[in-house]
Design a protein around this ligand. Structure first.
Ligand code: COA
Length: 324
């Protein structure tokens, strides 16, 4: 018997307010041409009154509805975020509270920046495969607009707000790549790059959240290599070659990074999911958001092979191979 974690529900939630590049050109010295050609971003959604928990709750509710289960069936809720409502308790606890989750539901947050969803999914998958839990709700949710310096054109044009979620559940498989569910995961980190992508503050250092700072060029180069490495590794682990891959869902930070990774993996552009144009970089939310949108649009179908790959502050990176 081989236990797999199968994706049985998916959801996403975006705040209503859409901000265009032209809107940003009214705030900082930038223009649509620069943002479009350097990043591929055209619009992003930004929160107004809503909190990160409201976005997470919206995505979670949809994922639970799609799964057709009751909240009581969820054993663990994990939220990947760097923009929680409160420093403590976790955002997962807030979501559990809003969902009216039963006493005993395990709740915790993952802080791995843009890799957070892949980290959270890996952990939940491992707990399922060990038999510790049967059903998990894994969410990526961010209000990055709260930690962006709106006077810094280098960063403020890049990010957006939103949330995505999946419900995963234990299912018996054969132990082959024909199984549905998570087939392989791999996580990495290299803390030598701590200073290259970070916030300028934090609870202990400044008693503030700080603003996002990054060495764009260093992050760019590292992202292309690490995203490709993680994708290649999980494909190898699962015995899948790039011609068998139906969809690559890379972290949505920059269209040039996404295209470079697709080329390195020798995947045709039509197999590479792009959402950065209308979401911007939503950090931990970017992969589950893109996944849910593309399942709902009918693009991603049952049985398809999906490779997820993410990279973020830390540096952290990792991948997941899934048969949907
Ligand atoms: N509008 C107009 N000009 C801008 C600008 C903006 N929003 N932001 C920066 N510029 C300027 C810079 O000041 C610089 O001007 P200078 O040459 O006079 O100094 C010029 O544009 C070029 O900047 P550069 O840093 O060389 O651009 P780039 O091609 O490296 O692209 C990023 C910048 C940030 C888009 C790119 O480095 C990137 O995507 N990095 C990775 C970001 C990322 O993925 N982060 C999250 C990872 S999880």
């Amino acid at each position: 018997m081989h236990i797999r974690s199968e994706i049985i529900g998916w959801g996403h939630y975006l705040p209503k307010k859409v901000v265009t590049n032209d809107d940003l050109a009214k705030i900082v010295d930038t223009n649509d041409e620069w943002i479009s050609t350097r990043t591929g971003i055209k619009t992003r959604h930004l929160v107004e009154e809503e909190l990160t928990s409201d976005l997470a709750y919206g995505a979670a509710k949809m994922a639970i509805e799609k799964a057709g289960i009751s909240v009581d069936e969820i054993d663990s809720i994990v939220v990947a975020t760097v923009t929680p409502d409160n420093t403590t308790p976790s955002l997962a606890a807030k979501v559990a509270n809003k969902l009216n989750a039963k006493s005993g539901t395990v709740t915790y947050d993952i802080s791995a920046a843009c890799s957070g969803f892949v980290y959270g999914l890996t952990q939940a998958d491992n707990m399922i495969r060990l038999g510790q839990i049967k059903t998990a709700l894994v969410i990526g949710s961010e209000s990055l607009s709260k930690i962006v310096d709106w006077t810094d054109r280098n960063t403020c044009v890049l990010f957006g707000d939103g949330a995505g979620a999946v419900v995963i559940r234990a299912k018996e498989g054969e132990g082959t790549s024909a199984d549905t569910g998570i087939l392989a995961t791999k996580l990495y980190a290299d803390a030598a790059h701590y200073e290259s992508l970070k916030t300028t503050g934090g609870v202990a250092s400044t008693k503030t959240a700080g603003f996002i700072f990054m060495d764009g060029k260093e992050v760019f180069k590292f992202a292309v290599n690490s995203l490709s490495q993680a994708a290649e590794t999980v494909m190898q682990m699962g015995g899948i070659s790039s011609k068998d891959v139906d969809w690559l869902i890379p972290h949505q930070a920059n269209i040039r990074i996404i295209s470079n990774v697709g080329e390195k993996l020798e995947l045709p552009t039509e197999k590479v999911i792009v959402a950065v144009d209308h979401h911007g970089n939503t950090s931990a939310a970017s992969i589950p958001l893109a996944l849910s949108e593309n399942i709902e649009s009918g693009k991603i179908k049952k049985g398809d092979i999906i490779v997820m790959t993410a990279m973020g502050a830390g540096f952290t990176w990792g991948g997941a191979l899934i048969r949907f």
